[in-house]
Write a protein that binds this ligand. Sequence first.
Ligand SMILES: [Zn+2]
Length: 135
Amino acid sequence: MPVERFKASRMTKGNRLFPTVIEVNDTSVIRRKRSWFTLNEMSIHLQRVASVRIDTGVMWSDILIESTGGADSLASHGHKKQDAVRIKTLIETAQSKQLHVGDDGPMRVCPFCAESIKAAATVCRYCGRDLPSQA
Ligand SMILES: [Zn+2]
């Protein structure tokens, strides 16, 4: 999957000089935000994304990507609606590709320990952690 980048509109608050950039690649979603002296960058591994929420206003869409950890959700505002939808689609497509069929039926990869577990599992049998529900 090629890397795709989505830049927030310079017309929106906080994005005039240094628009926030959301980047989605094979493994993670990354938010980059420049200021005069710093580059603030945070990323969430795609398998740790618990939900992607889009809040569309009159002109622009806000995006909120929540991680399974809960602590470090990734928010960005001032995106075009089609970009927001594209980001959500990319993340969900990448997540569903992690599903594969094993001897015991459909499997997926635990976002915490990366072991293969049954797709329907709600608790990982290797690390014992609660798993995000797979839509
Ligand atoms: Zn696990």
